[in-house]
Design a protein around this ligand. Structure first.
Ligand code: MCN
Length: 764
């Protein structure tokens, strides 16, 4: 089949993007629209004494100023968390309210307090500048590592000591015993730095209200229109999900942050209802830093117990996970679900991991590419390298001694995760070969001769794709020769229009060009889980197959009528229904031409068994000891995402993810001022993103080990790069600096930090 599964089909969406014909949120306008600008808190923590709006309302072009009291329906208007968790003691965590505009108190810099609606964006902005909010500043806390300490300012009275939840997984007594009997114990402490997701396209939204139908419509680039609809409808708008339509077009990157409902979404809708006009808002880049969910922010202590041969006996982890000032949609799920993935893909008989959620006066934290898995892989791989160094065992040898083996599949980890497939040991050797591990010694010698340090680092990972949300697909056959596929997932750059067309083309035996993927409108399907957790190909592929099965079975009935025979005498191949043992057939498209009947197939699934993408990333760096500057010389990645639909797209996904992971390891960090609570890295002048000249060619290879957890054998791939790259880079730098006496560094590895560490080691 031309352009079926397994082929590197060029991305069909790229022509539109390259010609500037994409339709992003800010390209959309609605007739009669007005514009919103938010008044945001300049304080990290403060009581709101009063909000004076008269000056703003007197300005030309200002139509209205709304606070929470003006907008909120009787039922209130809040953002929800759909993943609250139970504490270790069996009580439920308290989830404080998250009003769409702050009411009596602000809890982070950027917390929205009011919205100004203007005839133009400038009028709204001028109005926002003249809304006078009288604040009484309160002491704030912005550091996750110290927020639980006695005497820290308290963010929420209902969470004494800033503890959002206290959760654990695994067997504490068994782990304790294994540590007591261990030959060697390695202990590390590390920080997983807080990140600001940085999509090219900032968030934007238009709210509209049809007073006749009493129905809202939200136009917003997002990662899943049904997720947004369901999260906003009752909690934030006080309506049923069917009374909110969400439209989304092209999306210029999401990386997690565009999954969530935000106050701005609810505010433009509620303001549109009050004003009787659509209300349009586009975030400035500064607002992206202050209002989009941030990521990671873990402070962790981890220990590994080993026997005299370097076999892993037990692992113990304790993490403080920053939640920010409010609990986001999935926030508690991110560090806890992934805590079950500590220690993979190694055999570790006893594991205990504790996670404490921590409130601070900072922007809320939620899922970001990898969503907990990069954090868990980073802990594991830093620990393994530290143990290797302490026991004088080469890091690759230590890993080889501990991999879960293929004949142990399905393998249940000590935290209860059941892994269905994978050949970690042989994939590892493939990775070492791709990285030319054998040639490293000579390259290192050459670097040292030039006065440079050189290191090679390994980042092994195993992820778990997200299976919790349901998915729907509907296929319509257009007699003009097209199959339109409505799907509940939503591309933000992953190339779904191409890859799903490949899957449908192969399944139905119709030309690739005959398939059109549609995901703009929440009303075309009852629901959908959106794009997150590397779930789209696994979940979307499953329901697309089911819809195709439904289409074929309905088609057999119709073909039987058309061919005067019985459905069970009809076979379906190559887009045609054939009457068995005859040369008579009718095509899918001809059947659909009958005006007496429509021709559709539907597929749905409530949840999906997880799949376990895995791989090894290997990074080689040269470090200038005189300046602390790192140069990434080589990067290779071998990944197993099961059956590959489009090798070129998979390679691009891995490369993009690797660059994001290297960004975290090298540069990115949200820095809050410890006294004022200001976000000091609130623009790209201060928040460092990786740049093209820092990244070498990234060599990517695949290992196709099909999962048995779905019919197609697909595992996910979208988050692989961001998971493998950080430990590979940090382990490479520590490997390179070992001779200089540096054994510990926290991300991001800014040159100054490296230089300081070298000087401190020299002085010691
Ligand atoms: N694919 C494939 N074969 C497989 C698995 C996947 O060809 N065995 C293809 C898919 O068809 C899809 C792409 O690879 O085109 C990624 O698929 P998948 O792993 O299912 O992940 P999702 O499509 O669900 O994407 C989500 C994932 C996440 S969680 C983030 S965050 C992320 C990412 O993907 N954000 C991105 N990649 C991104 N890429 C871009 N350009 N922009 C983002 O915001």
């Amino acid at each position: 089949m031309k352009y079926g599964v397994g082929q590197s089909v060029p991305r069909v969406e790229d022509e539109r993007f390259l010609k500037g014909e994409g339709v992003f949120s800010n390209d959309l306008t609605r007739p009669g629209e007005a514009y919103a600008c938010f008044v945001r808190s300049p304080h990290a923590h403060a009581d709101i004494k009063s909000v004076a709006t008269d000056d703003a309302l007197a300005l030309p072009g200002v139509l209205a100023v709304f606070t929470y009291q003006d907008l909120a329906p009787d039922s209130g208007s809040n953002l929800t968390c759909i993943a609250p968790i139970e504490n270790r003691d069996g009580t439920m965590m308290a989830v404080p309210p998250h009003p769409v505009l702050a009411t009596e108190r602000v809890r982070h810099v950027g917390d929205p307090v009011a919205v100004v609606i203007g005839e133009t964006p400038d009028a709204a902005a001028d109005g926002a500048d003249t809304v006078w909010v009288d604040y009484e500043a309160l002491p704030s806390v912005t550091d996750t590592g110290t927020a639980l300490a006695d005497g820290s300012p308290v963010v929420w009275p209902q969470a004494p000591g800033n503890l959002a939840f206290d959760w654990d997984v695994g067997d504490a007594p068994k782990t304790e015993e294994a540590f007591a009997n261990a030959h060697h114990v390695t202990r590390i402490q590390l920080v997983n730095n807080r990140l600001a997701p940085s999509a090219i396209e900032p968030r934007a939204a238009i709210g509209e209200y049809d007073s006749g139908a009493q129905k809202f419509t939200l136009y917003a680039g997002c990662q899943g229109r049904h997720v947004l609809r369901d999260a906003l409808a009752t909690a934030a708008l006080g309506v049923q999900p069917e009374d909110l339509r969400v439209m989304t077009h092209d999306v210029g990157g999401g990386f997690g942050a565009k999954i969530f409902p935000y106050g701005e979404h609810a505010v433009v809708l509620l303001a549109a209802r009050l004003l009787g006009r659509p209300v349009n808002w586009t975030a400035t880049r500064n607002e992206v830093f202050l209002a989009d969910a941030q990521a990671r922010d873990h402070v962790t202590e981890a220990e590994l117990a080993l026997d005299q041969d370097g076999k892993f006996l037990a692992m113990r982890v304790s993490t403080m996970a920053g939640m920010g000032a409010y609990i986001q949609l999935f926030a508690p799920f991110i560090p806890t679900d992934a805590a079950g993935l500590h220690g993979v893909p190694y055999v570790i008989p006893a594991i205990h991991a504790r996670v404490r959620g921590v409130y601070t006066n900072t922007v809320p934290v939620d899922a970001y590419r990898g969503a907990g898995k990069p954090e868990a892989a980073y802990v594991t791989e830093r620990l393994v390298d530290a143990a290797a160094r302490e026991m004088s065992i080469p890091p690759e040898v230590l890993r080889r001694r501990n991999f879960i083996q293929p004949d142990q599949m399905p393998y249940q980890t000590a935290t209860g995760v059941e892994i269905d497939s994978g050949d970690f040991a042989s994939l590892f050797e493939q990775g070492l070969e791709l990285a030319d591990r054998d040639g490293f010694a000579a390259r290192r010698t050459a670097s040292i001769e030039r006065g440079m340090a050189r290191g090679l680092g390994i980042g092994v990972y195993l992820e778990k794709t997200f299976g919790a949300l349901g998915e729907y697909a509907r296929m319509e056959v257009d007699p003009a020769g097209q199959v339109r596929v409505h799907l509940g997932t939503q591309s933000q750059g992953q190339g779904h229009e191409t890859t799903f067309a490949q899957v449908v083309s192969e399944r139905l035996g119709i030309p690739f060009e005959a398939v059109q993927l549609l995901y703009q409108d929440s009303e075309t399907l009852p629901g959908g889980g959106g794009t997150m957790g590397s779930r789209s190909m696994v979940s979307g592929g499953t329901v697309v197959h089911r819809a195709a099965d439904d289409l074929v079975s309905k088609g057999k009935e119709l073909a039987a009528t058309a061919l005067d025979d019985q459905p069970d005498h009809i076979d379906f191949t190559d887009g045609h229904f054939h009457l068995r043992d005859t040369n008579r057939s009718v095509s899918l498209f001809d059947l659909a031409a009958d005006p007496d009947h429509g021709f559709e197939g539907e597929g749905s699934c409530a949840e999906f068994p997880a799949t376990f993408p895995n791989g090894v990333h290997i990074c080689e760096v040269e470090i200038d000891p005189a300046t602390g500057k790192i140069s990434i010389e080589r990067f290779s990645a071998v990944n197993d995402c099961g059956v590959v639909v489009n090798p070129m797209i998979v390679e691009g996904q891995v490369q993009g993810g690797v660059v994001q992971g290297l960004g975290q390891a090298l540069l990115e960090h949200c820095v809050y001022d410890p006294v004022s609570g200001q976000l000091l890295t609130g623009s790209f002048m201060d928040y460092g993103l990786p740049r093209a000249d820092m990244i070498p060619d990234i060599a990517v290879d695949q290992r196709e080990i099909p999962t048995v957890n779905n019919d197609m054998g697909f595992k996910g791939v979208g988050e692989a790069g961001a998971t493998g790259a950080p430990p590979a880079l940090v382990n490479a730098v520590l490997n390179g600096l070992a001779d200089l006496g540096v054994t510990d560094l926290d991300m991001p590895l800014w040159p100054e930090k490296i230089w300081q560490a070298i000087q401190a080691a020299k002085a010691a």
